[in-house]
Design a protein around this ligand. Structure first.
Ligand SMILES: CC(=O)SCCNC(=O)CCNC(=O)[C@H](O)C(C)(C)COP(=O)(O)OP(=O)(O)OC[C@H]1O[C@@H](n2cnc3c(N)ncnc32)[C@H](O)[C@@H]1OP(=O)(O)O
Ligand SMILES: CC(C)C(=O)C(=O)O
Length: 585
């Protein structure tokens, strides 16, 4: 590869820049150009029906400025604009805009397409960079400026036809601004403003694109800060940016531009658009949200947004796309899963201690910058198990999905079984298979435990999972009942542990018995509606696993139970744990 064919981008001389110390405290004005820049980049542009689906989505999400097309481009584009106007589909608080080149015949048709709209914006553009001046237009600087001025004149002439019926706004973009000499971009914009005469009640939008993103975002921010300082009539100018994503830094470009004084951002949902796309409005909006700034856009059902965008564009959204991809709230790796489990446990403890509603507590969670429930996702897919997972992830999954809080030593032992399964099979292991593996291995059917060899074994520890609701006398009674039920069968229990925090409601109890038998340790699990039955089953299972099965006990694994999954609602348990562990036992 020959790097000598490429040149580094020139920096902007701005030594007293202030944007690095700025912070963003309010959302900018957003413009969705899904129906224009997004649409023009599709191999198969949207049909009128898909355009309408996209338009309705954008309106429902709360976008107030929507570029609805390039009416002079095609009959479809023109007719769509006519349709939403004639069918009165544009809400009162939404302003549509249409794009046009600085060419007389196109401008007339474009302005005409807006007839009957109560408010709209005409967006005029021409490229201003030296390369385009030379190669595409064959003009010098003055001629290039004249294109913009003439286009504005023509636009204003035709706009008179809409006088009194339409509140017509005006937007001008020096296309390829990021490759244009800043002083020339300013000169062109000033000439356009001299004609339009922005003032009170007559604003102008000046929109500065990185038509092709070719520099780092700081260079663009310097350019925006320079413009912000040098544009005249600044209070009547809405300084807008239109970042593309050729270097993969469209989001950073937009965010630094905001720090530098931009007030409006144009982009597309999930970053559709020419080449590597326009800047992604979902990412920008939710980046603000996770800083505590209201983006003013409804992202509460991100999967609906994603599915609709995929339908309209005919392009799938990458599973790792920020905030909306299928996998972005999922951890496969062990240490991530372990930290997430500990994070949820902390929330649960804190909620139990303070009585706070977990869904209203400040969000702080390892590896999850956003609460998935805020965008309509559940906690179910946070942890998925593969060969990269460890005991923490397993423990989370067993707890969050099946209500089984395994003691640490059992987590470690069970993780080895699952690892062996993952090594043997490769790929992901579905949660239900993990649950089944657990039950098959540890909840071995054993109706009774008369074979427990009094002299040879003892129950080293019983872990009661699900009786955590009562730290007081009832808990003591429970322990007493369990001990005496086992004692009747000649089984001594050394220690009883309670798992799970106080305050958790459960319909079933799981007991995990750690038994020392014949000099080795065997775990067994029992799940039942009462703690005594669960404890007997757990000890029985441990005995059976040790090979000390009572002759009358049924051999083999128990029938697999149905699992009732309950996802916590927004006010539910942060980990979405089911109240009932396993039904039908
Ligand atoms: C960065 C952006 O996304 S800008 C938006 C781009 N979007 C689109 O192009 C989609 C819609 N466009 C179209 O459908 C077509 O290009 C049309 C209908 C507008 C025009 O089509 P045509 O007239 O057949 O020609 P074509 O697209 O090739 O036009 C190129 C001509 O326009 C000129 N031109 C290009 N941009 C501009 C502009 N902003 N202002 C004035 N003239 C321009 C070119 O110099 C060229 O002129 P030439 O024919 O004298 O060499
Ligand atoms: C018309 C302008 C704003 C544009 O789409 C671009 O430069 O990318």
């Amino acid at each position: 590869m020959d790097t000598s064919r490429y040149a580094a981008f020139p920096p902007v001389p701005l030594d007293d820049r202030t944007w690095p110390a700025a912070t963003v405290t309010a959302a900018p004005r957003w413009l969705s150009t899904d129906l224009r820049d997004g649409n023009q980049a599709l191999a198969a542009p949207m049909s009128p029906e898909r355009k309408l689906v996209m338009f309705d989505l954008l309106v429902a999400m709360g976008y107030k400025e929507i570029e609805v097309g390039f009416p002079a481009a095609s009959r479809d584009d023109h007719d769509f604009v006519r349709m939403i106007i004639e069918q009165d589909r544009i809400p009162d608080d939404v302003r549509v805009s249409v794009l046009v080149q600085a060419r007389d015949e196109l401008i007339e048709r474009t302005v005409e397409s807006l007839r009957g709209a109560p408010r709209a914006t005409v967006h005029l553009y021409n490229a201003t960079s030296p390369y385009f001046r030379r190669t595409v237009f064959g003009t010098d600087r003055d001629e290039c400026k004249d294109m913009a001025v003439h286009g504005t004149q023509v636009m204003m002439k035709y706009a008179e036809r809409l006088l009194g019926t339409c509140d017509l706004g005006f937007q001008y973009s020096p296309e390829h601004f990021s490759d244009t000499e800043p002083d020339f971009a300013l000169e062109v914009c000033e000439a356009v403003m001299d004609l339009w005469q922005p003032g009170p009640g007559r604003p102008i939008i000046l929109n500065f694109p990185t038509t092709v993103e070719r520099s780092t975002p700081n260079v663009f921010a310097d350019r925006i800060e320079w413009l912000n300082r040098n544009l005249s009539r600044r209070e009547h100018v809405c300084l807008s940016v239109h970042p593309h994503n050729d270097r993969g830094t469209g989001v950073a470009t937009a965010e630094l531009a905001l720090l530098a004084g931009a007030e409006r951002i144009e982009g597309c949902l999930f970053g559709n658009g020419e080449r590597a796309g326009n800047v992604c409005l979902v990412t920008l909006g939710l980046n603000l949200y996770t800083q505590g700034v209201d983006p003013g856009i409804d992202f509460s059902d991100i999967d609906h947004v994603r599915r609709t965008v995929e339908y309209c564009n005919g392009i799938p959204v990458h599973p790792r796309h920020p905030y909306g991809g299928d996998l972005v709230y999922t951890a496969f790796s062990g240490s991530h899963q372990d930290a997430i489990k500990k994070g949820f446990d902390t929330v649960e403890r804190e909620a139990a201690r303070t009585g706070a509603d977990p869904s209203r507590m400040p969000w702080r969670m390892p590896y999850l910058p956003l609460d998935p429930q805020d965008v309509g996702r559940t906690y179910e897919a946070i942890v998925r198990i593969s060969s990269q997972s460890g005991k923490g992830g397993l423990a989370y999954l067993m707890s969050a999905r099946y209500g089984l809080d395994l003691p640490r030593a059992l987590q470690i032992e069970f993780a080895r079984h699952v690892q062996a399964l993952a090594d043997a099979e490769g790929g992901e292991i579905a949660p239900d298979r993990i649950r089944d593996a657990f039950l098959r291995e540890y909840a071995v059917a054993s109706a009774d435990i008369p074979a427990f060899p009094e002299a040879a074994g003892t129950v080293t520890a019983l872990h009661i999972d699900g009786e955590g609701f009562d730290p007081g006398p009832r808990r003591t009674d429970t322990v007493r009942a369990v001990r005496s039920a086992l004692a009747e069968r000649g089984v001594r229990v050394r220690v009883v542990h309670h798992l799970g925090p106080a305050g958790r409601e459960r319909e079933e109890v799981a007991v995990y018995a750690q038994c020392g038998l014949d000099g080795r340790t065997f775990w067994g699990a029992g799940i039942a509606r009462d703690v005594v039955s669960a404890a007997l089953a757990a000890v029985g299972a441990a005995v059976a696993r040790a090979g000390l099965r009572h002759p009358a006990a049924p051999a083999g694994p128990p029938p697999l139970p149905e699992v009732e999954r309950r996802h916590a609602g927004r006010s539910g348990h942060p980990a979405g744990r089911p109240r009932r562990v396993i039904a039908g036992r």
